[in-house]
Design a binder for this molecule. Structure first.
Ligand code: CP
Length: 362
């Protein structure tokens, strides 16, 4: 059984296959209209969502299937103290596939260990958001015709913005890609992805606080919202929330074919005046998300004719007395969940939490 927790669960060939299927669905929707007849998708959303939940639901309906679920934790028995593990054990009896969003990082991993049906991570805290990356990849592919040789600028909240973490992981597989990380010092891109992914593969990147300096060199500008809900220090959020606002004036030195992406929702980081610029692709990105989610549902239900590729499971270990220090980790709240780690650099005594990838040292 396949799940999707992290975009790296999919091989490059599988990503290519999903893109091909999504493009075919967009061209020939009638061909797919009955593929999921008698199948049910459960949308378990413990955190607010417009695009992800509704595009999953639209995707399942357009495949001829049905949808059950909830859109906030307060309308489920989680509000009475039920665990993630028990919730998915129960839902496994009612549905064929689960799409789950949760504020705690690693909650979808707990779900996969307890569900009898495939689980899709629809966003876990500031950790991963792989189906947004599917939407991003289709948008980039349609705009550029290839993923190779692109300079991608990621701007805004690179610390808590889970979509940028998944996108960098995915794009790091392609030749000639380089990244420009544009953020305030406090919201820099996570070091663990830089060391584990970019440094290991020798992928060039630079970091700057200036959007104006970075913009002329970019093929893709990926704007993000400052994620107020993830800050422990609300004063820090107030100080940083207006760090970047993309305006038509700031776009003057940009390449004529630069594509502007944003996972949405936007607050004020892209001026509404930019929407009419032909380079603005963020609303098309939301439609691409629906097609990619349709392709993904078909794949995980084994209805796309592709062969299942075995996935190596993470080898976890228990380190006596060590606890994950991340307050957003599911291990802080899920009942009787054991602390588990995997080795990042055993010689240096560096380990990471299996749920949220936060570093711990022995
Ligand atoms: N991009 C995204 O995840 O949007 P929602 O929070 O509305 O689902």
């Amino acid at each position: 059984m396949r799940n999707l927790l992290d975009i790296m669960d999919l091989s490059t060939e599988e990503l290519d296959g999903l893109i091909r299927t999504a493009l075919d669905i967009a061209e020939n929707p009638e061909k797919y209209a009955e593929c999921c007849r008698r199948k049910k998708l459960a949308t378990l959303f413990f955190e607010p969502s417009t695009r992800t939940r509704l595009s999953f639901e639209a995707a399942m309906y357009e495949l001829g299937g049905r949808v059950i679920g909830f859109s906030e934790a307060s309308s489920s028995s989680v509000s009475k103290g039920e665990s993630v593990a028990d919730t998915v054990r129960v839902v496994s009896n009612y549905a064929d596939i689960i799409a789950m969003r949760h504020p705690k990082e690693g909650a979808p991993l707990v779900a996969t260990r307890n569900a009898k049906i495939p689980v899709i991570n629809a966003g876990d805290g500031g950790h991963h958001h792989p189906t947004q990356t599917l939407a991003d990849l289709l948008t980039i592919y349609k705009e550029k015709g290839s993923f190779e040789g692109l300079t991608i600028g990621l701007c805004g909240d690179l610390k808590y913005g889970r979509t940028v973490h998944s996108l960098v992981n995915a794009m790091s597989r392609y030749e000639g890609v380089r990244f420009v990380f544009i953020s305030p010092e406090e919201l820099r891109f996570p070091r663990y992805i830089i060391t584990d992914v970019l440094d290991k593969k020798g992928i060039p990147y630079s970091e700057t606080a200036s959007l104006e300096d970075a913009i002329p060199g970019l093929d893709i500008l990926y704007m993000t919202r400052i994620q107020g809900e993830r800050f422990e220090d609300k004063d820090e959020y107030e100080r940083l929330k207006d760090s970047y606002v993309l305006t038509p004036e700031k776009l003057i030195p940009a390449k004529k074919d630069m594509a502007i992406l944003h996972p949405l929702p936007r607050v004020n980081e892209i001026s509404v005046a930019v929407d009419s610029d032909p380079r603005a692709k963020y609303f098309e990105q939301t439609l691409n998300g629906k097609y990619m989610r349709m392709a993904l549902i078909l794949k995980l239900l084994g209805l796309d004719g592709s062969k299942e590729e075995p996935k190596e499971s993470v080898k976890s270990i228990f380190l006596e007395g060590l606890k994950c220090p991340n307050n957003r980790c599911i291990s802080k709240t899920e009942q009787e969940l054991r602390q588990e780690f995997y080795a990042a650099d055993e010689e240096k005594g560096i380990y990471r939490c299996v749920y949220c990838d936060t570093e711990v040292r022995k």
